[in-house]
Design a protein around this ligand. Structure first.
Ligand SMILES: [Zn+2]
Length: 290
C-alpha cells in the first residue's frame, strides 16, 4: 500500500514537472515585444531613446512628426532594436507622436510633449572682415560638404555608452542653443554646441570611443575633427590648433585628438564641441557625468 502510494506521488510529480516545463518554454517563445522609452516629456535639444526588446522580425518601423525621417534610424542588435530621436533646439513646443509598427500592425503609439528650453541670447562683436569671410556662401558650402561626407559613415554598432567625458576642462564661454547676434546682426542659426575656453595647446580628448571620420581644415571650423560613435551619433571638435588624428582612425574615450586653438571663426583659444544624432545637434550636457 505504502509502495503504491509513493509510485503515484512520483508519477504525479513527473507529470507536474512536465506541464510546468512545457508551459515555461511556451511563455519564453511568446514573450511580447517590449518597448522602453526614455521619456515622453522632453525639452528642445534633448533626445528620446527607444529600446525595443524581444523582437522576432526586422520589420519594425518607427514613425514620428518630431523630426524628418532621415534624422533618425532603427538599428538592430541581436533581438533588440535601438532608435534615437533628437529634438531640434528650434522645435516648436507642443504635442507630437511616435508610432511603432511591426509590419503594418501598430504596436505602440506615444504622445510626446516637447517643452520650451530657456536659451539665452549672446551679443558678439567680431572683426567685420573675418565675419564676412566665414559667413560667405563658399565657407558655408565647404562646411556642409564636409559634414555630409562625415555623416555618410553609418556605423551600425554602438561604440558609446552613457557617461561621456567633457573633452577639455575650461570656462564655458558659450552655452548650447543660445540665440546669437554677431555685430548686431541676428544669426539665422543657433549656437549648436558648447564653447570651452582654456590655454592654447590644452589637450582635447575624445568624448567617447569611435572612429575619426573627418580631420582637416575648414574656413569656419578651422582644424576640425568629427568622430562617429555609432548608431547615428557624432561628435565635433572645432578650432583646434593642431590635429593629432587622421581619418579612419579608431579612438578610445579619452584619446588626445588635438590641441586647443583659435583656428577658423574664433575670437580666442576655445573648443567648439557639438554632439549630433543624424545631423541634429543635441545638448551635450545630458551625456556628461553629473
Ligand atoms: Zn561655438
Amino acid at each position: 500500500m505504502k509502495k503504491r502510494f509513493s509510485v503515484i506521488i512520483i508519477v504525479l510529480l513527473s507529470i507536474g514537472l512536465l506541464i510546468w516545463r512545457t508551459s515555461f518554454s511556451k511563455i519564453e517563445k511568446l514573450l511580447p515585444i517590449n518597448i522602453n522609452i526614455s521619456a515622453v516629456m522632453v525639452k528642445q535639444g534633448q533626445y528620446i531613446e527607444l529600446i525595443i526588446d524581444n523582437i522576432t522580425s526586422s520589420n519594425l518601423t518607427v514613425e514620428t512628426n518630431i523630426v524628418k525621417a532621415d534624422n533618425f534610424k532603427l538599428y538592430y542588435d541581436d533581438n533588440k532594436a535601438f532608435c534615437f530621436i533628437p529634438i531640434m533646439v528650434t522645435k516648436l513646443p507642443g504635442i507630437y507622436y511616435i508610432r511603432i509598427y511591426d509590419d503594418i500592425t501598430l504596436i505602440e503609439d506615444y504622445l510626446i510633449t516637447i517643452a520650451e528650453e530657456d536659451f539665452a541670447i549672446q551679443y558678439l562683436v567680431v572683426e567685420p572682415s573675418l565675419f564676412q569671410e566665414v559667413t560667405s556662401s563658399k565657407a558655408y558650402d565647404e562646411y556642409k560638404q564636409a559634414i555630409n561626407k562625415a555623416q555618410s559613415y553609418d556605423v551600425k554598432e554602438r561604440w558609446w555608452e552613457h557617461e561621456f567625458i567633457q573633452p577639455v576642462p575650461g570656462r564655458i564661454t558659450t552655452e548650447f542653443g543660445i540665440k546669437r547676434y554677431t555685430n548686431d546682426n541676428p544669426s539665422p542659426t543657433r549656437h549648436l554646441g558648447i564653447d570651452i575656453a582654456n590655454d592654447k595647446g590644452t589637450e582635447v580628448k575624445a568624448t567617447a570611443s569611435g572612429r575619426v571620420v573627418f580631420a582637416d581644415y575648414l574656413t569656419t571650423a578651422g582644424n576640425f575633427v568629427i568622430i562617429a560613435h555609432g548608431m547615428g551619433l557624432f561628435s565635433y571638435y572645432a578650432h583646434l590648433d593642431s590635429l593629432n588624428v587622421v581619418e579612419n582612425q579608431d579612438v578610445k574615450q579619452g584619446a588626445v585628438i588635438g590641441n586647443m586653438g583659435s583656428t577658423g571663426f574664433a575670437t580666442g583659444p576655445h573648443l567648439h564641441f557639438e554632439l549630433t544624432f543624424h545631423r541634429v545637434a543635441i545638448n551635450p550636457w545630458q551625456f556628461f557625468k553629473k
